[in-house]
Design a protein around this ligand. Structure first.
Ligand SMILES: COc1ccc(-c2cc(=O)c3c(O)c(OC)c(OC)c(O)c3o2)cc1
Ligand SMILES: O=C(O)CCC(=O)C(=O)O
Ligand SMILES: [Fe+2]
Length: 360
């Protein structure tokens, strides 16, 4: 492997996405209009079971305890990943000013005129920029959201030519936020290595290099909120994802016991989910849970998903000791991460359907 400047060709590339209109613009022009392409069938929208009462049971993990190696907190982390695949993180040490600066800068970005935002629109064959990823067919039901997606670490992968120059301070805000989230992710990967029975640095080593991308989701209000979805049900192809939610508007729902459980925002808390890579490495012990975002009839919601992923060439498969400790057979074959993610991007997002390609 060459020096850092010689490595530009290893920036991950992605499957093409079709161009679709800005939902924000559509709503601004006519708040009552909901085109057919966004309407879901009743079966999909029907809540199989009303799981609202389980909202308060989504586990809460104290990062300051994890970083001290607190045994009880490590057990809670293990259980959260096994039983929920999602948990909220408190006492993470990210200053509220850093979170607020990120929120302010991105709100201001989305408030720019469309022509300004389109200056950094996502090209059809790339995942970075402003627009919509994962639109793979003309007849796909569309999500009621727009997005801004950027790779942030390692810094040589930053496509700075498309980083918004407006509003002022955008780069600084995203930089400070991403650096802090990297610290949180490293702490979590250390604790996850421990609960998986490995040395603290093992998961990080396995990634060769940890890649970090951010997706800012913008969900405008929808007058037919019960007929559309902000984001279709999917599991993340990441190792872990850290989500900052809007403090006031609930939108994230996670699959639990055959129903959808809303994850209520806790101001300043972060939400973490186990991604497909962790599910594969742990031989299914930890669950990469399907989730979706619903929209609000009156309010705009923004969410900030930071994905942590391995390098494309890293082979992912169940770890031997995880297969043994569960006394079971490997649930997945070994695949290169790059192949896995590109295969999944070619498919219409349909829950966990994309995970089949790596099953034994
Ligand atoms: C249906 O709506 C969505 C489906 C999938 C994703 C999504 C999942 C990821 O795991 C993911 C990711 O890991 C990633 O890092 C390279 C990324 O780029 C920053 C994603 O956009 C991404 O998106 C979102 C919505
Ligand atoms: O908006 C949310 O709460 C969920 C976002 C999400 O799942 C994603 O960006 O992958
Ligand atoms: Fe997600």
């Amino acid at each position: 492997m060459g020096s850092i400047t010689e490595q530009e060709d290893d920036i991950p590339t992605y499957a093409p996405s079709l161009q679709v209109p800005s939902v924000q613009e559509m709503v601004m022009k006519d708040p009552l209009q909901v085109p057919e392409r966004y309407i879901r069938n009743e079966e999909e929208m029907q809540k199989k079971l009303d799981m609202f009462h389980l909202s308060s049971q989504v586990p809460i993990i104290d990062l300051s305890l994890l970083s001290k190696g607190d045994e009880e907190e490590l057990v809670k982390l293990d259980l959260a990943c096994k039983e929920w695949g999602f948990f909220k993180v408190v006492n993470h040490g990210v200053e509220s000013e850093v979170l607020k600066a990120m929120k302010d800068a991105t709100v201001q970005f989305f408030e720019l005129p469309l022509e300004e935002k389109n200056k950094i629109s996502m090209p059809p064959d790339d995942i970075q920029g402003y627009g919509h990823a994962y639109v793979v067919s003309e007849d796909q039901i569309l999500d009621w959201s727009d997005a801004l997606i950027l790779l942030v670490y390692p810094s040589r992968f930053r496509k700075l030519s498309i980083w918004p120059t407006e509003p002022k301070g955008f780069k600084e805000a995203i930089d400070a936020y991403s650096t802090e989230l990297k610290r949180v992710a490293l702490e979590l990967l250390g604790s996850l290595s421990l609960v998986m029975g490995m040395d603290k640095g093992s998961l990080l080593e396995l990634h060769k290099e940890l890649l970090q991308g951010i997706r800012v989701n913008y969900y405008p209000p929808c007058r037919m909120a019960d007929k559309v979805l902000g984001i279709s049900p999917h599991s993340d192809t990441s190792t872990i994802t850290i989500l900052m939610q809007d403090d006031d508007v609930t939108g994230l729902e996670i699959r639990h016991q055959e129903g959808w459980v809303p994850v209520k925002p806790v101001p300043n808390a972060l939400v973490v989910n186990v991604g497909d890579v962790m599910e594969i490495l742990s031989n299914g012990k930890y669950k990469s849970i399907e989730h979706r975002a619903v929209t609000n009839e009156r309010k705009t919601r923004l969410s900030y998903a930071t994905f942590f992923i391995p390098r494309d060439e890293v082979e992912i498969g169940p770890l031997d000791h995880m297969i043994e400790s569960q006394g079971s057979l490997p649930m997945n074959k070994k695949v290169k991460y790059g192949e896995y993610v590109r295969q999944s991007m070619k498919m219409k997002h349909d829950g966990k359907a994309h995970t089949q390609m790596a099953k034994t």
